[in-house]
Design a protein. Structure first.
Lengths: 345, 513
């Protein structure tokens, strides 16, 4: 009796959406621990916490932000591949304001506003004009870096404003960027799960037509999701440029959109829309960042890093696929049955 | 000794889903050259049995014997290889491909390394003409044809793949009576050629017209197989329902008498309301508490008029007056806030949100009318869902079950619950009984009568005239996107409706002017 009860509890845990992403994260941390026993240690220095884990959290912050935006966009069967370019635009605008002594508050506001406008542009194309999301956001993906270069005149802007640099490098026991990420996670959770927006998003993602018949204004909802996604990219842009004390129109946030999409998928949200998992996405982003850090720290030659990343990602996606897991378990069950029959004879 | 005539023999089939026993120890035998109907209520296991046979599900226990050999059907491809092909209730073809492409998709004839389009088109044309008496341009897109023709094309494809066994899962639910006749002609021809057909339908008359034998399932259990001409209708129904069949008509009549008293006051008034190319401008007065019917053939405008009133389609002429306020057009959210509810015609596409739970499906319309910020607390959501699951007798182990795990009739009940939860003043029901079984049909009809008795206004649209005649106070007959006649009281008869449609009647709009 107790055994079956325990078994059903176990299968309940296994079927939770966050279980597999979490397992992957635990695995990669464990691997790191074996390679380097110092990995898990966290030290206190000058009132700040130091350690590899803190470092991963710090570096993952921008990725978490844009992955959250990507999650809600993917949930309505969309995608936003322009987030990397939006990061560059916002970074360059904020940096320009700082370099011209515009003040920290104005710099932050300008960066956020730019992100919001970019997101609204994407949302306008996708929701109101009906452009396919991939094509609609491809426009800003391409043009975005051009706009960023126009803003900075093709130069890399560097700055020394201490208050602004604090956003990306400052510590209050833990890095400032982590605080920002946690705040955004909480706000997103509240907006999506404590208002009915999350329900509407999932309904639209599963069946837009039926949602319309139920009185949901899908156009408005989709528009606002892209706007939110752009705004989050803006925050990420500010963190990134503040962290490296400069804005580089060509390299800021490059390829980050792909990592974000990966985080969403690893987090358990389907690319075909519908159910979305914010918690899973956060875990997914942490996993991707841990993987990147691991690859560097164990000294994988730079020419094969991408291959290693690809292999790990394929494995993770396979483990998460219920079809793949069924294939494995079914084989073992059939084998068990066969041995049983033999025993009977 | 096994009967040599038996093509397919299924014995002791069992299939369980989490929380539901879908089939328990079901036997089913199919003879060569017979039309064998599978009957049962929603959730009786018909669909599961068919999905087991077509390889969508794998059986947990039991055996399937095809032509004397035990087989395992592990996938849909395996089923096709064994010569079993299926036409599902909803057309499962690609609307953006041509008719011929749809028939030969996945098995295109190849000539010199390229697809041989001439042969495909020629064969498709021949197939449709010879086996189904259908003469159409096979190079046109599938979407340019009506649902009925699409259904015939799906059948043609299945016939062409099949090697002896053809499964038709409610092929007639979207056909009108002439099309059904054509389909039955084709089915009889196939039967004479030695094809064994498994037929699923909820239309009793059709079942008796076409079947040789009938197998009845109830709650996943095998009840029996009977010769069609030796099974009385009342017996069939009581075997399906598992109890004596209630006389629906008397119940409806009784509650109507009550409700006719409350019919007073205009609820909705449309003046020259219309949309170009969809529905001609019409005038409409709806009183509170009445059941109003829209009768007409497929494409006559009966669904379009409902969509216009609910604001799914935007009107481009006239006005609509609801209560005290007048609008030139409305949109779904506005309609819901004015107290409208709308159960759409196409449950799969316009009704259910497949991946979401029953709870989420039920509260959706209520929530959208309350807006984004006022999110119903989880406890309240569960309360509402539990209430309607019990009230409408929705068969499910839990309100957190995904809605697409339910049978068609139960899905329809959830959609009904979605609107009842908003406490509507006007409920538009577009084909609420399509594709659901007799028992659920009578439940839906009883509910309609009960709601009208409580003062709810109902617009009822159905292709089954009998249902309309039974429950409507007034019937508008539509033809060619126009209201052509209003029927009242004793005029509401199947014959009169049909005659009106056939003769065209006089123009209702012109008469008013």
């Amino acid at each position: 009796m107790e055994k079956t009860k325990r078994k059903s509890n176990l299968s309940k845990i296994c079927s939770m959406s966050i279980f597999w992403p979490l397992m992957c994260l635990v695995c990669i941390i464990f691997i790191n621990f074996i390679i380097n026993p110092q990995f898990l240690s966290i030290q206190m220095r000058d009132g700040h916490l130091f350690g590899s884990l803190i470092d991963i959290l710090n570096r993952a912050a921008p990725l978490i932000l844009i992955s959250l935006g990507m999650t809600i966009v993917i949930a309505v069967q969309g995608i936003d591949i322009s987030v990397g370019s939006v990061i560059a635009i916002c970074a360059c605008i904020s940096a320009t304001v700082i370099v011209n002594n515009g003040g920290v508050v104005l710099a932050i506001c300008a960066g956020l506003f730019a992100g919001l406008i970019c997101g609204m542009w994407n949302g306008f194309l996708v929701a109101y004009i009906g452009v396919q999301p991939m094509v609609g956001t491809l426009i800003l993906y391409i043009v975005g870096r051009g706009i960023a270069q126009l803003i900075t005149d093709g130069k890399i802007l560097t700055f020394t404003n201490k208050a602004f640099i604090f956003i990306g490098t400052g510590y209050l026991l833990i890095p400032m960027a982590v605080f920002i990420a946690i705040a955004v996670i909480l706000i997103m959770y509240f907006v999506m799960r404590k208002t009915s927006l999350g329900l509407f998003v999932e309904a639209i993602g599963v069946n837009r037509e039926a949602s319309r018949f139920s009185g949901i204004n899908a156009t408005k909802v989709i528009f606002s999701l892209y706007a939110i996604c752009g705004l989050l990219a803006g925050i990420a842009g500010i963190i990134i440029c503040s962290n490296i004390k400069s804005a580089d129109a060509n390299n800021a946030g490059q390829w980050l959109e792909l990592d974000a999409i990966l985080s969403v998928v690893i987090g358990g949200t389907s690319m075909s829309g519908g159910r979305f998992y914010l918690g899973g996405t956060v875990i997914g982003a942490l996993f991707i960042q841990s993987l990147t850090t691991t690859i560097y720290s164990i000294g994988v030659p730079p020419e094969v890093t991408l291959v290693v990343k690809a292999v790990v990602v394929i494995t993770v996606v396979l483990i998460q696929s219920p079809i793949f897991r069924n294939m494995i378990t079914r084989n073992t069950i059939i084998r068990k049955l066969k041995t049983k029959k033999v025993a009977k004879v | 000794m096994p009967d040599s005539n038996v093509v397919l023999d299924m014995r002791g089939i069992c299939k369980t889903f989490p929380g539901v026993i879908a089939l328990s120890n079901v036997d089913f035998q199919l003879k060569k050259g017979e039309i064998h109907t599978l009957m049962g209520e929603n959730g009786a296991g018909k669909s599961t049995l068919i999905k087991v046979l077509t390889g969508v599900y794998q059986i947990d226990d039991g055996e399937i014997i095809l032509n004397g050999k035990e087989i395992r059907i592990t996938s849909t491809q395996a089923a096709q290889k064994h010569g079993i092909s299926t036409v599902y209730q909803e057309v499962n073809l690609c609307p953006n491909l041509s008719v011929a492409e749809n028939i030969y998709i996945g098995r295109e004839p190849i000539k010199r390394g390229a697809i041989d389009w001439d042969t495909i088109n020629k064969n498709a044309k021949q197939l449709l003409e010879e086996r189904l008496n259908l003469k159409i341009d096979v190079e046109k897109l599938l979407s340019s044809y009506s649902v009925a023709i699409q259904q015939m094309i799906a059948i043609a494809r299945a016939v062409d793949i099949s090697k002896g066994i053809l499964i038709l899962d409610e092929p007639t639910s979207s056909l009108d009576s002439n099309e059904v006749k054509e389909l039955f002609k084709a089915m009889r021809k196939l039967k004479d050629e030695g094809m064994s057909i498994i037929f699923v339908s909820h239309f009793l008359e059709q079942v008796y017209e076409i079947s040789d034998r009938i197998t009845i399932l109830r709650n996943g259990k095998f009840i029996g197989t009977y010769e069609a001409d030796k099974l009385a209708r009342i017996d069939l129904i009581s075997k399906m329902v598992g109890k004596e069949f209630n006389n629906i008509e008397s119940i409806i009549k009784k509650s109507r008498e009550v409700s006719s008293k409350s019919s007073e006051g205009n609820f909705l008034k449309a003046t020259k309301f219309g949309k170009k190319g969809t529905i001609e401008p019409f005038d409409l007065d709806i009183k509170q508490g009445e059941i109003l019917g829209f009768a007409g053939l497929l494409g006559s405008g009966r669904s379009e008029i409902a969509k216009l009133i609910f604001g799914i389609d935007k009107s481009d002429s006239g006005t609509i007056k609801i209560g005290g306020s007048e609008y030139s057009y409305i949109y779904p959210l506005k309609a819901i806030k004015e107290g409208f509810g709308f159960c759409p015609e196409d449950r799969k596409v316009q009704g259910i949100i497949g991946e979401l739970s029953i709870r989420e499906n039920i509260i959706l319309a209520l929530q959208s009318s309350m807006g984004i910020l006022k999110y119903l607390p989880m406890k309240k959501q569960q309360e509402i869902s539990e209430k309607y699951v019990q009230l409408l007798k929705i068969a499910t182990p839990s309100i957190e079950q995904r809605i697409d795990n339910l049978s068609g009739g139960n899905q329809q009940k959830v959609i009904l619950a979605r609107w009842l939860a908003t406490n509507p003043k006007l409920l538009i029901l577009d084909e609420p009984t399509r594709g659901i079984d007799v028992g659920a049909k009578s439940e839906v009809m009883k509910l309609v009568a009960k709601l009208a008795g409580e003062g709810m206004t109902i617009i009822f649209i159905s292709s089954e005239l009998q249902e309309m005649v039974r429950c409507c106070d007034r019937v508008f007959v539509l033809k060619d996107r126009m209201i052509i006649r209003e029927l009242l009281g004793d005029e509401i008869q199947e014959k009169i409706i049909m005659r009106t449609i056939a003769q065209g009647g006089f123009s209702y709009g012109k008469n008013q002017a």
